[in-house]
Write a protein that binds this ligand. Sequence first.
Ligand code: SF4
Length: 404
Amino acid sequence: MNGLEIYIHIPFCVKKCDYCDFLSAPADLETKEKYVEALINEIKLNKNKMSEYVVDTVFIGGGTPSLLEENQISKIMSVLRDNCNMSENPEITIECNPGTITESKLWEYKKSGINRISFGLQSANDQELKSIGRIHNYAGFLESYNLARKCGFDNINVDLMSALPGQTLKSYEETLNKVVRLEPEHISAYSLIVEENTLMYDRVKKAQIKGINILPDEESERKMYYLTNNILRSNGYRKYEISNYSKPGKECKHNIGYWQRKEYLGFGIGAASLYKENRYNNISDINKYIEVLTNNIKENSINNVENSSEVENQVNILNSIVKNLQQLTERDRMEEFMFLGLRMMEGVSMEKFERYFGKPYMEVYGKVQKKMEDKRFLINDNGYVKLTEFGIDLSNYVMSEFLF
Ligand code: SF4
């Protein structure tokens, strides 16, 4: 059986961070309960789709999944297990925000088979955390991190951000050093991207009108990127993707699956799927999602796959929460194969490309390869196409060259 990844979206947060454009918002208890009920129904309705696969990674992301009650997370996990073929040793991650977990939640996660925690720290500097509207401070993070270790979690990721308002090379270096001293198994380090329709965007624009740049300039941003490389590498972390570092063997299997175009199903509002060479998203409207997946479902019908009209009804329900369905052409798949694969430091295997598409890599991309090699953005390392350090700096440009 082929492998499958599962993403479960929990769209709730204590409050919206200033830079956030993810699908997340504060919500009352009743909404959370109804959402979990709808989510569980969505998982059950996907039993058929999951039946021919083995699920080897699960990622419960958000939002802030750790805001849910522990019994809600364990219910979601047990319904998932009952409706799919879970592999013997799956990687199961939950995103947690500091200050939203308790010891009893962590024990319950363990019991549910969750074996990886991803903490959104972003910065170890309280002033910087405040400047991006995070709810926690560094001490709060430390408490949550130590609690996770105490409960036996031995695979922890810490998310960091650079290029924050007021951040300096020195303060970023302090953050990196504080975090490596804790020895998490995995560190993700991204630069802040200021998205439209966020508080941060308004603040940056207002300052710009007054002639003030509240963000570190481009040169400092590049220096922060190199600082990340240097400090993490010298502390035993291996960069395996443009923004992701891990101790040997602790790479995030779920994310590697995305970059290698493994199939995945996303459950919950806005969740994306790649299934049988179709890409699609769930709708983002939480009220409609809850309505369709609870009100429209007849009692006892959800597991009835003997009756063809029930099966048709179930398919219709699932179709009504899907948007942006795109059937991928061979060209789409080739483009994705390249621009996702190039994010990985191991690069893209030319031999795998040929096996996958039945055409030699150089026949399809020979011209681009030569052009990028001449500019020293790419190398051919024993049949693996890789970005050079120089190419990583301009990765968006390099990847865009692979679009037809
Ligand atoms: S915790 Fe994450 S998802 Fe929630 S508002 Fe902040 S950045 Fe967005």
